[in-house]
Design a protein around this ligand. Structure first.
Ligand code: HEC
Ligand code: HEC
Ligand code: HEC
Length: 451
């Protein structure tokens, strides 16, 4: 029932958007057809054989995490497609982007490659679903676009593979309808330097907004599944979003659930190794792949630029707070030490969680994350916390970080009420101040995860 309602609602939005946009379009159609006719169609075949360009393109493909989405799980050949991605509309499969001429993109001219990445239109006019983050990639610079093309044509091995075809239910099966979505929501513009900011800030902004497509997860989505903003001029940009039953937290300067208490060094260390430095967070959920496939390979200069840029974002959409000096926090600390706790959930925490996360909630550096003061623990949206306790998780396997560690799944061990109560305890202890978790939230998420 929930599925049908949501589906019907999405369908209605889609159709409303489609019809109301109709009128606005005529002029846009004419201008875009004109622009295509005059776009350069040279293949740039000679220039792209340059080995430095190819290896630059290889690094850019890491920045864009092309392999993360275009590789099937369990030993899928790199870039040969077939990863199933959940969306509110159904499952979308990534495509083969190796230079195989029949099943991949070996037949693409540079102009076709650029159009797929920037406009979301594959050869033959096939509109791509925005699961391919072209609304961010549209900001990629011309020089970077050419290097990416060089790499995909000459640096990647061709693999013959036809991934399963994406078959969404009507009306989402009608790819032409994406034209309306695109017109309504995507601004086709390159990244614009802000001359009032320094070079490091501009580099960070470019990486986050274009190749890094961080907003695809960290910016909340609107009614049409569009990101609510693509740069810091939008109020909700990077303030946290839920996708595929993971909540990606607020990356603005909020002191509770945002990055306000993390130093640039913490942020860079987290992206490189999946582990924070002074503020001890450990990556989990969909961010694990981002770190493993992409962020761990960024140069230190690029990581520092990203951290510098994120730290410049003013606090927005605040939620939760951390006050370890409060009287309540101090009293709780004493009673946890003596084992004399009345608080619901405390018994479960001490029995099942404390051996890793410790009685004082501070975790163990490089092994188990701190829950005291952890921004993710303080977020208004509890999807990630619930899912982690239900399914468990594993910290990332990286070249430079500590070895991976597991968090056990508690789905079978705990009732909905127990999960709600242990997480409420975690969200209200050691100075953490966040809203309690309701039993109903656990039941709802369990239902979604079963599908
Ligand atoms: C978040 C996931 C994601 C990331 C990251 C991603 N892609 Fe995609 N891409 C997709 C999906 C899904 C499709 C298929 C969309 C569809 O069927 O409408 C796609 C389609 C494409 C296509 C069109 C292929 C065709 O012929 O249908 C190209 C080209 C492409 N991606 C290149 C890239 C490159 C290059 C990068 C890295 C810079 C990249 N993608 C990063 C998800 C992703
Ligand atoms: C596929 C979705 C996805 C993408 C893309 C993504 N993230 Fe995340 N990110 C998450 C999720 C989910 C979490 C929460 C789990 C965790 O803390 O690791 C997270 C957590 C984080 C955190 C820790 C925040 C905190 O308060 O604990 C940082 C910092 C971060 N991401 C930065 C980035 C940056 C920078 C990019 C772009 C280069 C990015 N993310 C791209 C999903 C994503
Ligand atoms: C065997 C050790 C272990 C036990 C027991 C354990 N955890 Fe964890 N926990 C981890 C590890 C490892 C991670 C990182 C998981 C990941 O990266 O996917 C983690 C992550 C978390 C996080 C996310 C914080 C972050 O920054 O990554 C929360 C919240 C959490 N655990 C809560 C709990 C609760 C509540 C319990 C008890 C019901 C519990 N854990 C029991 C090892 C454990």
């Amino acid at each position: 029932m929930i599925v049908m309602n949501r589906f019907a609602r999405r369908a209605a939005y889609f159709l409303i958007i489609a019809t109301t946009m109709g009128a606005v379009l005529c002029t846009r159609v004419l201008t875009s057809v004109h622009a295509q006719a005059t776009a350069p169609t040279t293949d740039k075949a000679v220039a792209i054989m340059d080995p430095t360009l190819i290896s630059r393109g290889e690094y850019l493909a890491k920045l864009g995490d092309c392999a993360g989405c275009h590789t099937a799980p369990k030993q899928g050949a790199p870039f040969a497609g077939g990863l199933a991605m959940g969306s509110p509309f159904g499952t979308i499969y990534s495509t083969n982007i190796t230079p195989d001429r029949q099943t991949g993109i070996g037949h693409y001219s540079y102009a076709e490659f650029e159009r797929a990445l920037r406009d979301g239109v594959a050869p033959g006019g096939k509109r791509l679903y925005p699961a391919m983050p072209y609304a961010s990639f549209t900001k990629i610079s011309d020089a970077d676009m050419l290097a990416l093309y060089a790499y995909f044509m000459h640096g990647v091995l061709p693999v013959s593979n036809r991934p399963p075809e994406t078959m969404l239910p009507f009306p989402f099966s009608q790819r032409w309808g994406l034209f309306f979505w695109d017109t309504a929501f995507v601004r086709h513009e390159r990244f614009k330097q802000d001359d009032k900011r320094d070079a490091q800030w501009n580099r960070g902004a470019y990486l986050v907004q274009s190749l890094g497509h961080c907003g695809a997860c960290h910016t909340p989505r609107g009614a049409g599944f569009e990101e609510r903003g693509y740069d810091e001029s939008s109020r909700l940009y990077l303030t946290g979003g839920a996708n595929d039953n993971w909540f990606a937290p607020n990356l603005t300067g909020d002191l509770g659930s945002g990055l306000g208490r993390l130093s640039p060094h913490d942020i860079a260390a987290f992206l490189k190794s999946g582990h924070g430095a002074a503020v001890h967070i450990v990556t989990f959920g969909s961010m694990v792949q981002v770190v493993e496939d992409s962020a761990q390979y960024f140069t230190d200069d690029d990581l520092n630029a990203i951290a510098h840029y994120l730290k410049s974002l003013p606090a927005r959409e605040p939620s939760g707070a951390y006050n370890p000096q409060s009287q309540k926090a101090q009293e709780m600390a004493v009673s946890l030490k003596t084992g004399d706790v009345e608080h619901p959930g405390a018994g479960l925490y001490l029995a099942f969680c404390a051996k890793c996360h410790q009685t004082d909630g501070r975790g163990v550096l490089q092994k188990f994350p701190a829950l005291a003061g952890n921004p993710t623990v303080l977020a208004l949206d509890t999807t990630s916390l619930l899912r982690l306790v239900i399914e468990g998780g594993a910290s990332p396997q990286t070249l430079n970080g500590p070895p991976t560690r597991k968090m056990p799944a508690f789905a079978n061990q705990f009732t909905d009420a127990e999960i709600a109560s242990v997480l409420t305890f975690v969200r209200t202890s050691w100075g953490n101040e966040a809203r309690p978790v309701a039993k109903r939230d656990v039941a709802v998420l369990r239902g979604k995860l079963k599908k």
